[in-house]
Write a protein that binds this ligand. Structure first.
Ligand code: XMP
Length: 326
């Protein structure tokens, strides 16, 4: 039987009972596969790698070594949440690497989108590889591959995501959720006790805020973007839009306009709001955000975030606009 093919009679996991049955089955399979050996996992904090981590922790505890690389392009609070959930709450064997300076130094002055992506992806592999080579006795590599990744092995994740590993890494793979669809991964994650904020997270590109801090990334503009994005997320949460809108974020272009603050000329960047709905990310429509909320978000961002002096709303569906600005 092709182990990369979902059996036709496999029930869609959509209840806690089905998730629990899947978890017991996988825990047994992982124990059988791994024995007393060690497994390495790149834990980004995204849904798939988080669920795989939780599953492996349940199966083999500290035989799992998780490495979380903070590339400095995470959203506000994300790396902190990975540490809180996995290290503090689940007592995982977690290695946290703050590689912010390495990434931002390499990205300094680079404005071309594809070049930025390549630098981020390449450096991620380097950092992860360096850490892996410091560890002894690792026999397996766990990955958060899910069924759509197999079906569209040329799809978004395959060519976009950071986290691809060097070909010469000779590990056997552990891929416990590779036959599941995203909605099933989420149900399994909840059954494993992961917080909703992790399990129902919106998609976030591997190169992170790097594709939203447009042009050459500078630390001050990246900081402004991260703070503005956190305000947008907080306001969407408070106003019931978080569960309703598929993806929403801020992009900050590399341009300034004139404004006035405290009676003085104030040059700043614009923060662009993008909030879209889609089922497959191939096309997307624009979510209608109440004007009162837009006013509130504008007021907060322009007053609370240093360097931002205007807030704009992107009304462009996909096509023609892609979801990300790059
Ligand atoms: P676009 O911008 O092409 O994006 O309309 C479609 C969806 O893909 C996400 N995206 C990425 N996801 N790694 C990912 O895992 C990436 O490099 C990447 N780039 C874009 C984007 O956020 C949107 O949901």
């Amino acid at each position: 039987m092709d182990s990369n093919k979902r059996p036709e009679n496999m029930a869609r996991i959509n209840t806690k009972e089905l998730a629990d049955a899947f978890i017991s089955e996988q825990v047994a399979a992982i124990k059988e596969q791994v024995g007393d050996k060690k497994v390495l996992l790149a834990l980004s904090g995204g849904v798939d790698s988080s669920v795989v981590a939780a599953l492996l922790i349940k199966a083999i505890g500290k035989q799992l070594v998780c490495v979380h690389v903070n590339h400095g392009l995470m959203r506000k609070g994300e790396s902190e949440q990975v540490i809180e959930v996995f290290k503090n709450q689940m007592d995982a064997n977690l290695i946290y690497i703050d590689a912010t300076d390495r990434f931002l130094d390499l990205l300094a002055g680079v404005s071309e989108p594809e070049k930025k992506r390549k630098i981020i992806g390449g450096e991620f592999i380097k950092v992860f590889d360096e850490e892996a080579s410091k560890l002894e006795g690792i026999s397996f590599l766990a990955q958060g591959t899910i069924y759509p990744d197999i079906l569209e092995s040329d799809g978004v994740k395959a060519h976009h995501n950071v986290g691809g590993l060097p070909e010469d890494m000779q590990f056997e793979l552990v891929e416990p959720v590779k036959l599941l669809f995203k909605d099933e991964v989420r149900v399994v994650g909840s059954a494993l006790g992961l917080p909703d904020s992790m399990v129902y997270r919106q998609p976030f590109p591997g190169p992170g805020l790097g594709v939203r801090c447009l042009g050459a990334i500078t630390r001050d503009r990246l900081h402004a973007l991260r703070e503005a994005d956190a305000i947008l997320r907080e306001e969407f949460d408070k106003n019931g839009l978080a569960g309703k809108v598929w993806q929403y974020f801020i992009a900050v272009p590399d341009m300034k306009s004139v404004g006035v603050k405290d009676g003085k000329r104030y040059e700043g960047w614009p923060a662009i709001i993008r909030a879209v709905n889609t089922t497959d990310a191939m096309s997307a429509t624009i979510e209608e955000i109440p004007y009162s909320l837009l006013h509130r978000i504008t007021d907060r961002i322009t007053h609370e975030v240093d360097g931002i002096n205007r807030v704009l709303l992107d009304l462009t569906p996909k096509p023609i606009g892609t979801i990300e600005w790059e």
